[in-house]
Design a protein around this ligand. Structure first.
Ligand code: IMP
Length: 191
């Protein structure tokens, strides 16, 4: 069975990928805890490529990475690529967003994920991008998920990501949708 390294240390993402990749016949491994990839790109795509490329080259195996985040219209797209660095933990990041949105009427936002898969020599072999539209609510709702999930209300279901079970979040989420687009190719590569 071919190995596929997941270039992430984010526990929330790791759990989602374990489930999303269940049908792909690969041995899913995590990047070494000691390995740091500097996310100094200026786009989600650049950062996704950088993470997948560095991990694949260093592990000499296939690697998959996503760079993702939440972009809020009334904050000119912030936190965007800085989503994971907007404050020191999830609770403070949510507090900061809610404070910055205080008094603003427009609460529209979207989550975006750029996925990149690299071959064992570091070549980009697959890329995908997807967005999920919604609104930032005034007070967190729900206990599932991670990150900004409790304050992001998905547009059509009116549920926050944190109110969805795993299957529902995978159906709507930026990550679930971006991965779905490349599942056919992944099934072939890892046949
Ligand atoms: P990355 O690891 O640099 O791609 O950081 C992604 C950050 O965006 C995470 O640490 C979260 O703060 C946020 N994020 C991305 N996807 C999600 C999601 O599905 N739910 C909640 N927050 C997310």
């Amino acid at each position: 069975m071919k190995k596929l390294y997941l270039a992430s240390k984010n526990q929330g993402k790791i759990e989602e990928y374990k489930k999303l990749l269940l049908d792909v016949n690969c041995e899913l491994l995590l990047q070494p805890e000691s390995m740091e990839v500097e996310e100094n790109g200026i786009t989600f795509r650049e950062n996704a490529i950088k993470k997948a490329r560095e991990v694949s080259k260093s592990m000499r195996n296939y690697a998959i990475a996503d760079d993702s985040g939440i972009c809020i219209d009334a904050l000119d797209g912030k936190p965007g690529i800085y989503s994971s660095r907007y404050a020191e933990n999830d609770k403070k990041r949510i507090e900061r967003v809610l404070t910055e949105l205080d008094g603003k009427e427009n609460r529209s936002a979207f989550f975006i994920a750029n996925i990149c898969v690299c071959s064992p020599n570091g070549d980009v072999i697959l890329e995908s991008e997807a967005k999920c539209l919604g609104n930032i609510i005034f007070k967190p709702r729900g206990n599932s998920g991670f990150g900004y999930d409790p304050i992001f209300e998905e547009l059509s279901s009116k549920l926050t990501f944190a109110e969805m079970n795993n299957d529902l979040k995978d159906l709507f989420s930026h990550r679930g949708q971006a991965l779905k687009k490349i599942i056919p190719q992944l099934l072939k590569i890892f046949a």
